[in-house]
Write a protein that binds this ligand. Structure first.
Ligand SMILES: O=P(O)(O)O[C@H]1O[C@H](CO)[C@@H](O[C@H]2O[C@H](CO)[C@@H](O)[C@H](O)[C@H]2O)[C@H](O)[C@H]1O
Length: 650
């Protein structure tokens, strides 16, 4: 039997040690902290016990499904605070805990040295120390070291051999730990880097064709790949690709009745041809979809699919599982809504139905089906309108089999609910960025996202627009504003996205609303992707700069700088390993700006240690600007480019 495991005390249940203020942690350990594979995880905790004993501590960790713990020592810092780190080398769910125990030999050694210093008689103490060596549990070289020191003491009777650092280190790992105390296990989610950073391109696949009025196919989507790859996008996100219902099909501009030939909303999932695991026949076959995935792989683009739980009234589940759906007192279907929006063409399964277990399993199997085709990113539509325990369960179930799967929560709702979804397991989350336009509110929002505790579990995905949202500030169609919003999203957040048409400055709203007129949610579009004045070169440059600067591929190491202009926002970002620092200034109004950008207190890593910034290198033009008086004077002409992006050099 494993003696160490047998004797572990629980810090939570009155063990010898107090293990407190553990970092990182989310809600006392109820939810997982999120980190990226291969990166060191800094750990700390306050650890203490009664008396003057010498304490030792370690962090232990393992993947949820493994038995054996791995260990890494913690070092004493100051004021009973201990710290250390470890590096998980695989993606997946982990647990970690803090262990503390008394190092009895180190305790003996410490008091022995104090007595020696005070000139006290230590004859008996030396014998006690030597006796400890005889009880050591060591093998190999360590056993030999202990034996050699013990012998040297016995031969001379002098205590010096008992006090060598070599013996201290050998004994540290060779003693029984009867008071070993462990904190409760804390959950940790280790994701791949795409969970934290990526440039997303959202598109409606049926609108990727070239013949007006003709339904686009996956082949057409393949043809679009060179264009999308050239802009530097990492993820293509498809709105739903499944058969679309006919009953209550929506017409153009959200009309409640469709005209003949109207394709319907792709979110009205399910028809005679199948449901959530089927493909809309006009897009192609499953083989065509797989061909699209393979073509994306060649240009290093990942595919994200939409998971929308709802069903059109023609979805096979309505006949196969009528008990999953609720009817109103008059016998009619209860259509979906996200008040005040009404979705008359869909019904939501009833999560409170008697057979909810089979519904949960069916939805999990849908995600597993697509994951098995090779889709590893899912954008989940309106998760906040379904039971939160369901999502926690589903994400866990899927990640047990596919730990590399990423879930993005499309919830635009109350802050605590959005945070709750992130805590329970969503890898990334939509945000309020789309509506944050003033300098003070952007700073306030980012300071919240980038700071503890949100940065431990909430990974933002900043969309500048979506098929549902044409924000008021884009409705004038002015290129400088589109550029400013793109630059903000792409540099403030590790992950950001555009919905296609943004690059073409599409901006015609339904009057008085933040919605697109003639939205492609209800009709097939054919666009000229090379239309004069398009923003593709600008997007390409911004994505190129992002890829080359790790500082921009995360959200947390961000600091705003004081700029004396309420329409210019400035910030500095540093990569997780400290090797890359960027400085960014972005205009929020169209007028010409001349501002002082202070960098005096920014320190960067160099091969000689920390250093002040001496030079800024413009990441678009390559031009280098030396710092004077701890800063630089910047001139921003938004009509040319509202954003200035620099790498900080020593
Ligand atoms: O409610 P949200 O603003 O979060 O929007 C998301 O979910 C909607 C429902 O799934 C979806 O709405 C679209 O599909 C509906 C069903 O076909 C249709 O009735 C709506 O008119 C249409 O906008 C929306 O696109 C999605 O982002």
């Amino acid at each position: 039997m494993n003696k160490t495991a047998q004797s572990i005390q629980s810090a939570a249940a009155g063990g010898t040690f107090h293990i407190e203020e553990i970092f990182p942690i989310v809600d006392g350990g109820r939810y997982a902290v999120k980190r990226i594979v291969g990166e060191p995880i800094a750990i700390w905790a306050d650890i203490f016990r009664d008396g003057h004993e010498v304490i030792a501590a370690a962090v232990v960790w393992r993947r949820e499904q493994d038995q054996d713990w791995q260990r890494s020592p913690l070092r004493y810092d100051v004021n009973d605070r201990w710290g250390g780190s470890f590096v998980p080398d695989q993606v997946g769910r982990y647990v970690y805990a803090i262990e503390a125990w008394t190092d009895e030999f180190a305790t003996w050694r410490h008091s022995f040295e104090l007595k020696l210093k005070a000139g006290q008689d230590v004859t008996l103490d030396a014998l006690e120390g030597a006796a400890m060596l005889t009880k050591a549990r060591a093998g190999g070289d360590t056993a030999a070291i202990i034996q050699r020191h013990c012998q040297a003491y016995l031969e001379t009777g002098e205590p010096e051999p008992l006090l060598t650092p070599e013996l201290r280190d050998a004994m540290a790992d060779s003693q029984a730990r009867p008071d070993l105390t462990r904190s409760p296990p804390l959950p940790l989610m280790i994701d791949r880097p795409r969970a934290r950073s990526g440039a997303w391109y959202e598109m409606v696949p049926r609108s990727q064709g070239t013949t007006p009025g003709q339904h686009g196919t996956f082949r057409d989507c393949i043809n679009r790949l060179p264009d999308i790859a050239a802009m530097g996008f990492d993820v293509i996100y498809f709105t739903p690709i499944h058969p679309i219902g006919k009953t209550n099909r929506k017409g153009r501009n959200n009309a409640l009745t469709a005209e003949p030939g109207d394709p319907g909303s792709p979110y009205a999932i399910g028809g005679a041809e199948g449901g959530h695991d089927a493909i809309h026949p006009e897009l192609g076959t499953l083989a065509d979809f797989r061909a699209f995935l393979a073509a994306c792989k060649l240009v290093e683009i990942e595919v994200a699919l939409d998971i929308a739980v709802q069903c059109s009234p023609d979805h096979p589940w309505l006949t196969e599982h009528p008990d999953w759906f609720r009817r109103r007192p008059d016998g009619t279907m209860r259509y979906a809504e996200n008040p005040p929006k009404k979705y008359e063409d869909i019904v939501n399964p009833d999560f409170a139905c008697d057979d909810a277990g089979s519904l949960w399993n069916a939805l999990r199997d849908v995600v597993l089906f697509w994951a098995e085709q090779g889709v590893k990113i899912f954008r989940v539509d309106n998760p906040h309108t379904k039971p939160l325990p369901f999502w926690e369960w589903l994400i866990h179930e899927v990640q047990l089999q596919h730990p590399d799967v990423i879930f993005l929560a499309e919830a635009f709702t109350r802050p605590k609910v959005m945070q709750g979804l992130a805590k329970l397991g969503f890898t990334q989350s939509y945000t309020y960025f789309t509506w944050r336009t003033q300098k003070w509110e952007i700073e306030q929002y980012l300071n919240e996202l980038a700071a503890y505790p949100m940065r431990e579990y909430y990974r933002p995905n900043f969309f500048v627009n979506t098929p549902d949202i044409l924000p008021y500030h884009l409705q004038s169609g002015e290129p400088w504003m589109f550029k400013s919003r793109l630059a903000l999203a792409a540099t403030l957040s590790g992950t950001y996205g555009i919905y296609n048409g943004f690059e073409l400055l599409e901006h015609e709203p339904i009057p008085g609303k933040e919605e697109y007129l003639n939205s492609e949610k209800y009709e097939i579009k054919v666009r000229d992707w090379d239309q004069p004045g398009n923003l593709k070169p600008y997007i390409r440059d911004i994505n190129r700069v992002r890829r080359a600067n790790a500082a921009l591929l995360q959200t947390s190491n961000l600091r705003f700088v004081g700029i004396d202009d309420s329409n210019v926002i400035g910030f500095v970002k540093q990569s997780v390993d400290g090797s890359n620092t960027v400085a960014v200034a972005i205009a929020l109004s169209r007028d010409y700006h001349e501002v002082w950008f202070p960098l005096g207190d920014v320190q960067i890593e160099t091969s000689h240690g920390l250093s002040n910034v001496a030079v800024l290198e413009n990441l678009i033009t390559g031009e280098r600007v030396p710092l004077e008086w701890g800063g630089v004077r910047l001139r921003i002409d938004p009509n040319r480019d509202p954003a200035l992006l620099f790498r900080c050099l020593a």
